[in-house]
Design a protein around this ligand. Structure first.
Ligand code: RP5
Length: 164
């Protein structure tokens, strides 16, 4: 596996509570990542430098989480042709609907793959990155298969309570 195949970036440190779920999936699958808080509007130059630097260090995709007028994932996608996975943050006033629409409605030509709002979206972005890397990594593909089998077993073992 390349040195740092996944970059995780978020617009603010306050996004980490959600974005840690992407990092957790990668860690559990043994996929190295680098996580940074960098903003498309507060630190645009640093963001662009980081994207270029991680590309040089073997990045194969980026996961970008942001809230509100969430242009972070779009700016990352503007600076790389690697896949960009966008995670909308649950925002204070619009519960993440603003973030979702900002990320999902990329104009034609520069795509961002958009995930669900919040923890589930962050975790799924991590899992999606694993699935992409597994295309060229049989051991990782096996781990992903085992992960899915474990989930299926948990559903099959579910016991619903009897009504009294
Ligand atoms: C966005 O504004 C960030 O992605 C975050 O979700 C939101 C609020 O940021 P803070 O005011 O908490 O730094 O840029």
């Amino acid at each position: 596996m390349k040195k740092t195949p996944v970059g995780i970036v978020m617009g603010s440190q306050s996004d980490w509570d959600v974005m840690q779920h992407a990092a957790r999936q990668l860690k559990d699958f043994g996929v190295p990542y680098e996580a940074r808080a960098l903003s498309a509007h507060r630190t645009p130059d640093l963001l662009v430098e980081w994207v270029a630097s991680l590309e040089k260090r073997g990045a194969q995709c980026f996961i970008a989480g942001a809230g509100g007028a969430a242009h972070l994932a779009g700016v990352v996608a503007a600076k790389t042709t690697l896949p960009v996975l966008g995670v909308p943050m649950p925002s204070k006033h619009l519960q993440g609907l603003d973030s979702l629409l900002a990320i999902v409605q990329m104009p034609k030509g520069v795509p961002v793959a958009t995930f669900a709002i919040g923890d589930a979206g962050a975790a799924n972005a991590g899992l999606f990155a694993v699935a992409m890397l597994a295309l060229n990594d049989a051991a990782l593909a096996n781990k992903l298969g085992a992960f899915r089998a474990k989930q299926a077993a948990a559903v099959k073992a579910a016991k619903l309570p009897d009504l009294s």
